[in-house]
Design a protein around this ligand. Structure first.
Ligand code: SAH
Length: 488
């Protein structure tokens, strides 16, 4: 585990790379079918068939509807779409020849089967409305910001769930994204003329995405394109250094990541991560990103800090976009200054994305505030782990026994007996409420509630193996009734 005060005293190991994760099985393959100018058959004149005809026509298809007596809705739809032609008769097998897709609202199972068979003979993918057993493909729920199109499928398991999700995504994606996606199409040729290299092309499109996401409902304008082209042109001459982003991975629960952290993970070429990083967080990374474990462990073999810094620098110099993913917040007991200094010394741009630090995740889990008017006017974070693994000597003892403070102790399991003894010697009230919280924010979270004097015995008996956060101070008495507590 990292220590704030000096070099590692722990055994060494080498960074180890994770295999790119294999694609997990999919119920269906989402593909986007180009229908412009292609003939599509719709059999049946019902209202449901009319909806499909409209969707197909909106996607650019020439829709041939076969219906002896079409419903008013079908007639009305065809009236609005010149590409929909209604033939006032039942479908016949020959109608399917050469069609790109075939859709039917079948009157009964016999018709459904006959239609599916005819379509397959014609080698035309088929959909029979509401009869999945006869379908080669299905229509999902759609979020339409064309040319940006999002399709959602539950493989028929729960269409209403799909619809609910669609509503969520609709709310997330501003209407003006249609204009941005169109602009991307229009601007692509002008940008291609620059003849930029791969990395610069990626940078261009990442800047484009950042601009669109930050556009706040504004439509793209020609000055946006000018700015992007200028940035790309400026980059073209310069040697392309990569960049390093130190990202706070939070305490474990992936939902506690910031949107910025997720975005950094999504655009990374390489991710260097600690042991404390949960798999759920890593899963949010770009699929193609190389993932390297540079784990530091409390008392097991660790990758040396100098090796990590050297790796950061060499990847940055090779032009990679490196995410250094650290547990909690990078600025809290993470040896971040050493990594920043190494990157900057090599001229590599280095930025920080904050994360939820373990002490705050623990407080949230306990449902308490670390500060409290009158009772806790100071909050202090300390590490109880010196470079050699012992209790650090230069701690501010008067501050640590201040009854008006709440203290969060990082890396405090091994030295807990020594810490507690010293705090009591320095005058801390033995009845000071305390909670040790293991794996804060994760499903396997455990809490140990005791007075500070009793905590070492409780922890020795429980022997927790996950990362543990010790909180003590008067406000912790509010945590005594916390759900799931392991109070003696
Ligand atoms: N930068 C990290 C701290 C790194 S030091 C942060 O901001 O949280 C590692 C220590 O953090 C561990 O020894 C433990 O004390 C604490 N820690 C990290 N994750 C934790 C978690 N999920 N639950 C409890 N403590 C945690």
């Amino acid at each position: 585990m990292p220590d704030a005060t000096g070099a590692d005293a722990t055994p060494r190991r080498n960074p180890s790379e994770l295999a790119l994760d294999a694609i997990r099985p999919l119920a269906n393959l989402p593909v986007f079918f180009k229908l412009t100018g292609r003939r599509v058959v719709v059999a049946g004149g019902s209202e449901a068939a009319a909806w499909k005809a409209e969707l197909l026509a909106a996607s650019g298809a020439d829709v041939a509807v076969y219906a002896p007596s079409p419903a008013p809705k079908m007639l009305e739809t065809a009236g609005r779409h010149p590409q929909i032609a209604i033939f006032l008769r039942a479908w016949a097998a020959e109608d399917l020849a050469g069609a790109a897709l075939a859709v039917a609202d079948a009157a009964n199972a016999a018709e459904a089967e006959a239609f599916a068979q005819a379509a397959r003979q014609a080698k035309t993918p088929v959909n029979v409305i509401d009869q999945p057993e006869f379908c080669d493909f299905s229509f999902g729920a759609i979020v339409n910001r064309s040319p940006l199109v999002i399709g959602i499928s539950t493989d028929g398991a729960a269409p209403v769930f799909g619809q609910a999700l669609r509503a969520r995504i609709e709310a997330l994606i501003p209407a003006n994204f249609s204009a941005w996606a169109r602009a991307a199409k229009e601007w692509r040729p002008q940008f291609s003329e620059l003849g930029a290299a791969f990395r610069q092309r990626r940078n261009f499109w990442e800047r484009f995405a950042t601009l669109a996401l930050a556009s706040g409902g504004r439509k793209p304008a020609s000055h946006d394109l000018d700015g992007l082209l200028a940035a790309a042109a400026a980059e073209k001459g310069a040697a392309t250094l990569g960049q390093v982003v130190l990202v706070g991975g939070g305490p474990g629960d992936a939902e506690l990541l910031t949107l910025k952290a997720v975005r950094a993970l999504q655009s990374a070429d390489v991710i260097l991560f600690d042991d404390l990083i949960s798999p759920a967080v890593l899963e949010l990374a770009r699929r193609e990103a190389q993932r390297i474990n540079v784990g530091k462990r409390g008392h097991g073999p660790s990758v040396g800090q100098a090796d990590i810094s050297a790796l950061l620098v060499s990847l940055g110099l090779a032009g990679k976009k490196v995410v250094r993913l650290k547990g909690g917040d990078p600025a809290v007991f993470g040896r971040t200054n050493e990594e920043i200094a190494a990157a900057r010394a090599a001229g590599i741009e280095c930025t920080i994305v904050p994360g939820v630090t373990a002490a705050l995740a623990a407080a949230a889990s306990l449902g308490i505030s670390l500060s409290e008017r009158d009772r806790a006017r100071r909050i202090q974070f300390i590490t109880a782990h010196a470079a050699d693994g012992s209790l650090p000597v230069r701690l501010d003892w008067p501050a640590l026994v201040d009854p008006g403070a709440t203290t969060a102790v990082y890396m405090g399991v091994k030295t807990l007996p020594a810490l507690a003894r010293r705090l009591l010697d320095e005058g801390l009230d033995p009845l000071t409420p305390a909670v040790m919280i293991e794996n804060a924010s994760l499903p396997e979270e455990r809490r140990f509630v005791a007075t500070l004097a009793d905590m070492p015995a409780l922890i020795a008996a429980a022997a927790p193996t996950g990362p543990c956060m010790l909180l003590y101070g008067q406000t912790l008495d509010r945590a005594n009734n916390a759900e799931g507590s392991a109070a003696p």
